[in-house]
Design a protein around this ligand. Sequence first.
Ligand code: HPA
Length: 272
Amino acid sequence: MVNKQALQEAAAYLQEKMVETPSIGLILGSGLGVLAEEIENPVKIPYNEIPNFPVSTVAGHAGQLVIGTLQGKQVVAMQGRFHFYEGYSMDVVTFPVRVMKEIGVKQIIVTNAAGGVNESFEAGNLMIITDHINNMNANPLIGPNDEAFGVRFPDMSNAYSKELSELAKTQASQLNVELKEGVYVGNSGPCYETPAEVRMIRKMGGDAVGMSTVPEVIVARHAGLEVLGISCISNMAAGILPQPLTHDEVMETTERVKSDFLSLVKAIVKEM
Ligand code: HPA
């Protein structure tokens, strides 16, 4: 359930610090936080300074909001996000999305590192998320619904904006960046999947698997925000290749595709 007062306190704190109202929110996944460094005239606000904001714990997540200009657009970027597997409640995981909405954001770009389930993918691919499967056994909207924040039964038919996906594809082809598309399955983590789970995910229609994004997108849609999702396929999911999975591989791959990722997202933001 949304804690209205906590939300308003956080938003008021940010509004005091920011110079202009951001219309685009960027949620940056593992290893993808570098995008925030491209923001001009940045106002950087560490999570621990923002009233009622949680603090992130995972290596590779810096933990600050960066508000400023990217490609001429006013943006707010989350450098580091909160994961369900860290032990945060779904309310806490999605609190920053509510705050973004409260300070004026209309569209969000959600990014993540994910395991490739579709065998035609390879580590280093970028994937537009066309849809998701919530496999977390939890939903951030469970509990009393405050109609001021969204409807009781939100439609998820168009969770990921077709217009923004088309825009992403156009920009990718102009930049000569290969872009896959597919369904993202959100698992709770924190362990990676077993090979059997990966086979199940493939059978149920998943192309990529990760441990984030789904809660934030559910809340974003509840709040009426338009969503673009981009996964960096940081590794092939368990059982596809002979080697075991490590967080180091995830970070190495995101580092390797950083320049394609940065130029793609910047080109998209420019045209949003
Ligand atoms: N599985 C789940 N989450 C992930 C993976 C994976 O293979 N890679 C990066 N995040």
